[in-house]
Design a protein around this ligand. Structure first.
Ligand SMILES: Cc1cc2nc3c(=O)[nH]c(=O)nc-3n(C[C@H](O)[C@H](O)[C@H](O)COP(=O)(O)OP(=O)(O)OC[C@H]3O[C@@H](n4cnc5c(N)ncnc54)[C@H](O)[C@@H]3O)c2cc1C
Length: 381
């Protein structure tokens, strides 16, 4: 029976990038349950995938900062952009900070396919179990048993089951007594408690806000949805929120005290937000929509909370809507410089299956790619 040098579990962003950087002379197989490679990459960012960001540092990630810092030093944003440029793809910058494919995610997928075409890609093959017997790994799949000297687990997180997601990475780790943190949904909309149901009535509206969660401030659009709140600022905030309150500044670029100087105008008409939203916020703050000059001291105090509207979300929209899963293989179980499990020689973990999660804005692909290259480099040595 053939014994591969490396089996890569998962033909997603991380698994394919890892394979792309492996020595061509190695015997490698990439295994995936889907009928096509890189399904998440394909649909992400509205089909143009947001692959990285103008500003990338370990501070954009939830997880082991030193692990992320090292991975970014090995394969930085510029290294990623150079890799793409060298292969004929020039991503474009949107909204001054997000790098997207110009026309379609296929631009990147085609590079990854080309770079891995000399390896075996085994699709429609579900990974069931991994064992290590006499220093050789045995992978049980829905089709056969595959043997290999080394294994890279790049099976991603749990969100979007329809795209092949599963918890097999955590199962494999647990079978080898490697500690994991269970997956929870992240980069996901938030549901609301009764007191904030007024936001649901604004479904479809959006505005630029600053959301503070613990010591993080997320500065982006917030979208009111019929299920709760969403949009880039809320998705990023969900990464840092587990329970407790968040605080929303609905007017980060103005000062409400200056705005209510125009004494004859109605309060709602001096607030630079859609009228429907201004009125709803005033109601939530217990401020009457009267002429600014007629506001009493108490109303002005209440109105100041437009800069720090505090509330406790009820929960989130769950794995069906979550862009990523927080949690995964605990970083202290891995060699930071290789991503090999400290106690299982030859077993590596890369990408979303590791307990590192990025904010919204291309950080999760950057991590998937950077961690993949760390792993590939160490196997080429
Ligand atoms: C809708 C959506 C939009 C997103 N947009 C962005 C974005 O614009 N920018 C960004 O940075 N991130 C984005 N993300 C997150 C990003 O897609 C992931 O973080 C990234 O794909 C992780 O790469 P990975 O290789 O670790 O996992 P994946 O890309 O998920 O790859 C894992 C692979 O493993 C396979 N697999 C899993 N279990 C099994 C099994 N039991 N048997 C066989 N195969 C299995 C899967 O089929 C999959 O192909 C988005 C996610 C979603 C869901």
């Amino acid at each position: 029976m053939k014994i591969y040098d490396v089996l890569i579990l998962g033909a997603g962003a991380s698994g394919l990038m890892c394979a792309s950087y492996l020595d061509k002379n190695l015997q490698v197989a990439i295994v995936d349950v889907n009928e096509k490679v890189a399904k998440k990459l394909k649909i992400s960012g509205g089909g143009k995938c947001n692959i990285t960001n103008v500003e990338v540092s370990e501070n954009n990630f939830d997880g082991d900062k030193e692990l992320v810092e090292y991975a970014l030093s090995v394969f930085s944003r510029d290294d990623l952009l150079n890799f793409l440029n060298d292969n004929g793809v020039e991503p474009v910058i949107r909204k001054d900070r997000y790098y997207f494919c110009k026309n379609s995610s296929d631009e990147i997928i085609d590079i990854l396919k080309r770079k891995t075409q000399h390896f075996d890609t085994l699709l429609k093959t579900e990974i069931i179990e991994l064992k290590k017997i006499d220093n050789i790994f045995e992978l049980k799949t829905s089709k056969s048993v595959l043997k290999s000297k080394k294994v890279v687990v790049a099976t991603g997180g749990k969100s979007f089951k329809s795209l092949g997601a599963s918890e097999i990475g955590l199962k494999i780790a647990k079978d080898f007594a490697i500690k994991v943190k269970e997956f929870t949904p992240a980069l996901v909309g938030m549901t609301l408690q009764k007191e904030q149901f007024w936001m649901k009535e604004l479904s479809g509206l959006s505005c630029y806000v600053h959301i503070t969660v613990n010591d993080k401030i997320l500065k982006e659009e917030m979208l009111f949805a019929h299920k709760g709140i969403s949009g880039p600022s809320v998705l990023s905030a969900s990464l840092y929120w587990q329970k407790g309150t968040v605080s929303v500044n609905f007017l980060p670029n103005s000062n409400i005290i200056n705005l209510i100087n125009s004494s004859k105008k109605l309060v709602s008409s001096v607030i630079p937000l859609p009228k429907r939203l201004s009125r709803a916020i005033l109601k939530a703050l217990n401020v009457e929509d009267i002429e600014c000059g007629k506001l009493n001291k108490e109303a002005i105090e209440n109105l100041k909370n437009i800069h720090s509207y505090e509330f406790a979300p009820a929960g989130n929209f769950g794995f069906i809507k979550a862009e990523v899963s927080r949690g995964g293989i605990i970083s202290s179980e891995l060699n930071r410089y290789t991503l090999e499990a400290l106690d299982v020689e030859g077993l590596y973990f890369t990408g979303e299956v590791v307990d590192v999660t990025g904010e919204l804005g291309g950080y999760n692909f950057q991590w998937a790619f950077s961690s993949a290259v760390v792993c590939a480099n160490s196997m080429n040595c």
